[in-house]
Design a protein around this ligand. Structure first.
Ligand SMILES: [Zn+2]
Length: 282
């Protein structure tokens, strides 16, 4: 037996990490949010931000298009659509300022990137949310761009693929953002007439008005592993129904078991799976 016991010093998390465990370390290494291992950033990025443990980290919107589209096939549309501020809204900050800051930081005009491209040679009308832009919230610009994704598909008689990652409606645009739910859903209905598939892929997280409109109207609804998908968050529901929610509630795996989605697809398999579905239904 030892003469004395040496207490292990308690390692306190760094300031940023304590508040938000998802904060990543800068530089060459980063910490996986799934397994907590320190991993080499270059390897992680090469694996499309998926850790060896299977955890799917956030993937930048343009990287996602690279992941699924044939190289060099993407033709971006409506890049210059920028948000207006119809309500002259301000909370702790003016909406105009908030949008301008996000635009400057990300070099994007709003939270949705869309255009035409090919997947294994098949033409698709495609769009993806950019969660980094104001939490992927849907205002007038996002609604218009989503609508145009379906309109272009009607014109070209081709399938639609939309990747959703959104906190919901953009509250700074009030009723104008809520109107986008009806507008985009109507676009999906018009698209149905050409009898081409609409594949909706829900990423982490897909919530609020986006989940409650076009994201859940897909002919085939896919999700990435462990994505949070739902309308209201679990805390709000718990408070409303005054009941404890089951384990894993609102995660892809739970929703698949309950029949709310059609499949969970890893990033590695995503392109092949989309190509297969388009091949079968397109
Ligand atoms: Zn991991």
């Amino acid at each position: 037996m030892a003469w004395f016991r040496k207490e292990k010093p308690k390692v306190l998390p760094a300031e940023g990490e304590a508040r938000n465990p998802s904060v990543r370390m800068d530089g060459l290494w980063l910490k996986c949010e799934g397994c907590g291992e320190i991993i080499y950033r270059a390897d992680y990025e090469k694996a499309w931000n998926v850790c060896a443990c299977g955890h799917h980290g956030a993937l930048p919107a343009r990287r996602r298009l690279e992941l699924v589209l044939d190289e060099g096939s993407f033709q971006e549309m409506d890049r210059d659509l920028a948000p207006l501020d119809p309500l002259d809204f301000s909370d702790s900050k003016k909406y105009r300022e908030r949008a301008r800051e996000a635009a400057k930081k990300l070099d994007e005009k709003d939270a949705f990137i869309s255009g035409m491209g090919t997947i294994e040679g098949r033409l698709v009308s495609i769009g993806t949310f950019n969660f980094a832009f104001m939490g992927g919230s849907m205002g007038s610009v996002v609604g218009e761009k989503v609508t145009r994704v379906f309109e272009r598909a009607i014109e070209h008689r081709c399938p639609v693929i939309v990747f959703s990652a959104s906190g919901g409606a953009r509250m700074q645009e009030g009723i104008f953002s809520l109107m986008q739910m009806a507008k985009t859903s109507a676009a999906v209905a018009r698209f149905r007439e050409i009898r081409q598939p609409y594949i909706s892929v829900m990423l982490h997280p897909t919530t609020g008005g986006v989940a409650a409109s076009f994201a859940w109207l897909g002919d085939v609804i896919l999700a990435e592993p462990k994505a949070l998908i739902g309308f209201a968050g679990p805390r709000v529901i718990e408070q409303t129904i005054r009941q404890k929610l089951p384990e894993g509630f609102q995660r892809s795996e739970f929703l698949l078991e309950k029949g709310m989605i059609d499949g969970i697809v890893t990033r590695e398999e995503m392109k092949a799976k989309l190509a297969q579905i388009i091949g079968l239904l397109g």
